[in-house]
Design a protein around this ligand. Structure first.
Ligand code: IMP
Ligand code: MG
Length: 419
């Protein structure tokens, strides 16, 4: 009865969409458990590019049930837009399920997000995520189930917002459009697990944006690490059998906040951005680019309890001359292996780097790790050594955008099912 969680180990945008899409083909259910339409997952499927925000990446497979779990926050306007764009290209969405306990992002949340964004320096996606989670914790939020109440009761629930009348009716209309998807998803997910299906829990953002374990306060407003998969889906921790952590072979960050291995040479940074097409899938913002940070990777692997590691976008490094990999940090002239827990420490970090010449040739048709150029193998070896004490193997290596451009060292579903 395997439950497998897929999570990002960096600042989001690690290529989770592609890995989840790959693993979803042999699963029966994919569950999104946190965040909202701040996420953007790009998937290339039959030469078409899909950008998903809150709908799980499994939706492109006809027979995979896709659940938006209770730990998420939902902007119904944006969800309807996503549904329509999938339907318009012939994607079947009859397998979509929405938790009645998920919180609703209201227009006022987006307004508040944008006002707060001007004052603080976080650089959010402006989708209303933070204010919606704030209302959840303040116990003044609106949940999907509330939309089924008679209009007068819904208006009462909205009393803490300005002019509730003006949007209560709009919400009721939207509810009519999504009500066929709404269920008590925790029962559905538990049933799928207990009846022996492969259930994939799809993370959003990345470990370093987690509200508790990331670079606080430059984080998102939800938990993005693997343990929240249980919480945000309504299953017990005993239903999670394994975790696959996903890292790019380099690193990016969008929005503000510390990024120790940021490449300060603008020309080199631009080369990475161009080679990796590093522009936000949600906001279109150019992502800041830099190098793989093994201190952060070790930390993220540990707090997620990963069992497998996927390294994505290795092909991007083929287009560079030289590659840097940060092995440790220097803080105040002392070498350290630990990831700071206070924001002020980040400004004192000088990463130590190992340099590697790039292999300079196209690897996008490689099907086996042993066929990769020597320096690509060496890079993977450095990563393996960094996390060796956790006995984790690299299960997947991304060598191109396409669905088949992936080297699979371990078939995870077979590994978990024992056949
Ligand atoms: P929020 O999630 O919109 O509140 O934004 C908080 C921070 O998380 C900002 O730096 C965003 O750019 C970042 N962020 C949120 N979602 C994603 C994502 O899916 N990928 C990358 N960065 C994200
Ligand atoms: Mg993304």
């Amino acid at each position: 009865m395997p439950g497998l969680v897929a999570v990002g180990l960096q600042f989001g945008d690690e290529g989770k969409g592609k890995i989840v899409d790959y693993l979803a083909k042999d699963s029966q259910m994919v569950v999104r458990f946190s965040g909202g339409n701040n996420a953007g997952h790009t998937i290339v499927h039959n030469n078409k590019t899909y950008k998903l925000h809150v709908i799980p990446s499994g939706i492109l497979y006809k027979d995979v049930k896709c659940v938006i779990g209770s730990g998420t926050v939902i902007d119904i306007t944006s969800l309807l837009h996503e549904i329509r764009s999938l339907v318009s290209v012939g994607i079947d969405i009859s397998n979509l399920y929405i938790s009645d306990r998920a919180h609703v992002i209201l227009p006022i949340h987006k307004e508040r997000d944008n006002i707060q964004n001007q004052k603080s320096k976080i650089g959010t996606t402006g989708r209303g995520i933070g204010p919606t989670y704030t209302d959840k914790v303040k116990r003044t939020g609106i949940r999907i189930a509330d939309l089924s109440l008679p209009l007068s009761e819904l208006k009462d629930l909205l009393h803490s917002f300005e002019k509730p009348e003006s949007f209560a009716e709009g919400l009721k209309k939207q509810y009519e459009q999504i009500k066929k998807f709404i269920v008590e998803t925790q029962f559905l997910i538990n049933y799928y697990i207990k009846t022996g299906n492969n259930v994939l829990f799809e993370g959003a953002q990345g470990a370093l944006l987690d509200v508790d374990y990331g670079t606080y306060p430059f984080v998102t407003s939800s938990n993005s690490i693997a343990s929240f998969a249980a919480m945000g889906s309504g299953v017990g921790p005993t239903s999670i059998d394994a975790v696959i952590g996903i890292t790019k072979a380099y690193m990016t960050r969008v929005g503000n906040g510390p990024f120790p291995t940021y490449e300060t040479d603008k020309k080199i940074e631009e080369k990475i951005r161009k080679a990796g097409n590093e522009y936000g899938a949600t906001t279109g913002r150019p992502r800041d680019c830099g190098w793989l940070d093994l201190t952060a990777l070790r930390y993220a692997s540990e707090i997620n309890g990963i069992s497998y590691l996927a390294v994505t976008k290795l092909d991007v490094l083929s287009k560079l001359k030289q590659i840097k990999i940060s092995q440790t940090y220097n803080i105040e002239d002392r070498e350290t292996l630990s990831f700071p827990s206070t924001i002020s420490k980040f400004k004192d970090i000088t990463p130590t780097y190992k340099l590697l010449d790039s292999w300079g040739k196209d690897i996008s048709s490689c099907k086996k790790e042993r066929c990769l150029p020597n320096n690509a193998k060496e890079l993977l070896q450095i990563i393996k050594e960094a996390i060796a004490y956790q006995s984790i193997n690299i299960s997947h290596i991304g060598v191109g955008q396409g669905r088949n451009q992936i080297i699979e060292n371990i078939n995870i579903w077979k590994d978990l099912n024992g056949f």
